[in-house]
Design a protein around this ligand. Sequence first.
Ligand code: 13P
Length: 252
Amino acid sequence: MRKKIVAGNWKMNLNKEASLALVNGISDGLPGLSDMVRVIVAPPFVNIPYIQDASNRNARVEVAAQNMHFAESGAYTGEVAADMLQAIGINTVILGHSERREYFKEDAHLLTKKVEQALEHKMEVIFCFGEKLEDRQGGNHFDIVREQLSDSLFHLNDVDWDNIILAYEPVWAIGTGETASPEQAQEMHAFIRNLIEQHYDDEVADRVSILYGGSVKPANAKEIFSKPDVDGGLIGGASLKTEDFLAIINSI
Ligand code: 13P
């Protein structure tokens, strides 16, 4: 059975002190959490070791990176390689976030190389994708999502999918306070699972966790998570507040 996942993408927020307070607060709030739920936080690179130390007190909080480079090593100023992450015990990385696509011009070709590099290192990828407002308004959202998935993931083999977590994040819902309705999320997640079944088989489709991201809050988490094809959430703003993030985890 698929595990449920609640992941906090901290983006470029919180210094060392503030992020330690947050992770300690989360850890303290997790006793009694079901083994079927994974909790992941993704701090900025520079804070990862501190967060790992703190989260080791409570093995229930896993730590992921927000990004990595596609090359093994080399002259890429400011970048971080898979091997460097793994050497400090990071085995999960977020790739394809809409903010990376938009502000850093990460396209399908680049993202495919990053996914391949992560999988070569046996890292787990939280692969983000989702349509923009104009795509949704124009009725093209299913086509866009199909294209994003097939461009970067559908050349992978069945076994590679053991290390893929999908995160559907409609761009119009990120940081806007506007959320896809639980029905819209379910409709898209079912579409995605069906696509995977067509390209692979029902076993692969059934195994992959599909998270929803975009203005998930304590007030809407339970309803979104209750949908059968929504396996959890990738949370931005609300993951920066201990009480809100714990409330979202407890909604799963
Ligand atoms: P918000 O929850 O702030 O909308 O952000 C979602 C997100 O981008 C998670 O990766």
